[in-house]
Design a protein around this ligand. Structure first.
Ligand SMILES: Nc1nc2c(ncn2[C@@H]2O[C@H](COP(=O)(O)OP(=O)(O)OP(=O)(O)O)[C@@H](O)[C@H]2O)c(=O)[nH]1
Ligand SMILES: [Mg+2]
Length: 445
């Protein structure tokens, strides 16, 4: 019998309510010692029914609260589970939790609640990970991608692939047991066709997930240019707030400034940098080094040039730094008389007058996100899942030559593929990944 665990499942802080949970067989026995309600007869307790009553710390000290009982297997963990909904104060929540420990429950490890759900077949590994991503989602796109996964779409597809593989393995067994029937070629043909189907599916997911990094982490954009061209003004214009200091003195920005905004549900991470120029100032030179680092770390660069001045050697030097980068050339200060020559693929804006800023946002977005993101399809934002999927894909490539192999070799490869698919959903014996994944959960989840 698993021990009874208890945890605080809402963030500790002041709020309307807090939830303290308890899971494990016989957790009702613990509840009996602390929760009393006129309408509650423990012998005939109704599952999924809110009881209003008193949580008793001792004879004199009581807290009015609600209790719900979920009877196994119809609960989040698949075990008997009880939730107390109490007033959302830090001390009262802790006291309820401690009282449950005093009465026989043990503290839950981070992720233990969800781990039990997984072990009891309530949750697949990929859905569990999707829930973590859902909780941590910072952008709408990340949330959408995690909701599809949490709904079990990947689990369904992977499980169906595994079922197909099991059938093929059974066919091989039969062929090996009755070699006189000479059906080897037919079986090999069947395997070949199934493998082609699986390859198509895996390929689709890998292809769809190419933009996943941007959905999860956003697009990193460095604003680069020589001093005084209006980089900080552009940052402010894109953000729609006066975040960075702007002056007409060259070298105003000395250290990178990181801020973000959202466009089409995608997070755009901006880095405003120190203007790049020859300088004897140590602080400024350090800042310039950081600008160069920002270029390296970015997915794309906005190269800002001043419209009212001719291109200088500094501009050209900076452009050289961008040779292997995706970049947009932005001609700023378009409100002034133009002196700069026409540049390739330029976008003319005025940060000061907010001209063409929305168009620039669209160009930033579309230089990275090439295809429309289809949120009805599976997008693997989770690196572990994607890596497992790629491993499967490699085995599928080997299996494509199935016709040339002996049935023993094919059988071995099919089992390998079955196991690797299982690592995505947790349908495998490997305890290490399971422990690793659930340790990333927050306490009380
Ligand atoms: N007319 C006009 N002036 C601008 C525009 N954008 C910026 N400026 C002015 O240009 C000067 C420099 O602007 P900043 O945004 O501080 O330039 P920066 O590139 O961040 O400069 P450093 O941090 O020193 O490298 C300020 O006086 C701004 O008001 C614009 O679109 N039009
Ligand atoms: Mg600046």
């Amino acid at each position: 019998m698993e021990k009874i665990i208890a945890c605080i499942s809402t963030p500790l802080g002041k709020g309307a309510i807090s939830i303290v949970r308890m899971s494990g067989e016989n957790c009702l026995e613990v509840a009996k010692k602390v929760f009393f309600s006129k309408s509650l007869d423990y012998e005939n307790i109704k599952p999924r029914y809110m009881y209003l009553g008193d949580f008793s710390f001792d004879e004199n000290l009581k807290e009015k609260c609600m209790m719900v009982y979920f009877k196994a297997p119809n609960s989040y963990t698949g075990e008997d589970l009880i939730e107390f909904q109490i007033h959302g104060g830090i001390i009262v929540t802790q006291k309820v939790y401690e009282k449950l420990l005093d009465c026989g429950a043990s503290p839950a490890e981070p992720g233990e609640i969800s781990k039990r759900a997984f072990l009891n077949g309530k949750l697949s590994l990929d859905s569990a990970e999707a829930i973590v991503d859902e909780i941590n989602a910072e952008s709408e796109s990340e949330l959408k991608a995690s909701l599809i996964l949490a709904s079990g779409k990947l689990f369904e597809q992977v499980t169906s692939m595994q079922t197909n593989l099991t059938e093929l393995l059974a066919d091989i067994e039969v062929t090996l047991d009755y070699p006189e029937h000479d059906i080897e070629e037919t079986v090999k043909e069947k395997i070949y066709n199934k493998i082609k189907e699986i390859k198509f599916e895996l390929d689709k997911h890998i292809e769809n997930s190419k933009q996943a990094r941007f959905i999860k982490n956003g697009i990193n954009v460095a604003i680069i240019g020589r001093a005084n061209v209006g980089k900080s003004s552009l940052l402010n214009a894109l953000l729609g707030e006066e975040r960075a200091i702007v002056t007409d003195i060259e070298g105003t920005t000395r250290d990178n400034i990181n801020e973000h905004f959202f466009y089409n549900g995608i997070k755009i991470n901006l880095t405003d940098t120190a203007g790049i120029r020859e300088s004897k100032d140590i602080v400024e030179n350090l800042g310039i080094e950081r600008s160069k680092k920002a270029i390296e770390n970015s997915d794309m660069v906005i190269f800002v040039v001043d419209a009212s001045e001719q291109l200088s050697n500094e501009d050209l030097e900076i452009k050289k730094l961008l040779e292997n980068k995706i970049f947009i050339t932005v001609i700023n200060k378009s409100d002034k008389e133009r002196k700069v020559e026409k540049l390739e693929n330029e976008i003319s804006i005025s940060a000061l007058e907010n001209k063409n800023i929305d168009y620039l946002k669209e160009v930033i977005f579309s230089s990275i996100i090439k295809n429309q993101i289809n949120f009805n399809e599976i997008i693997l934002t989770n690196e572990r899942q994607l890596n497992e999927l790629k491993t499967c894909y490699n085995t599928v490539l080997e299996l494509e030559n199935a016709r040339e192999f002996s049935l023993d070799v094919i059988s071995m490869l099919l089992k390998q593929l079955w196991n690797n698919l299982g690592k995505i959903t947790g349908n495998t014996e490997n305890e290490n990944i399971i422990d690793l994944i659930f340790s990333k959960f927050c306490l009380g989840k």
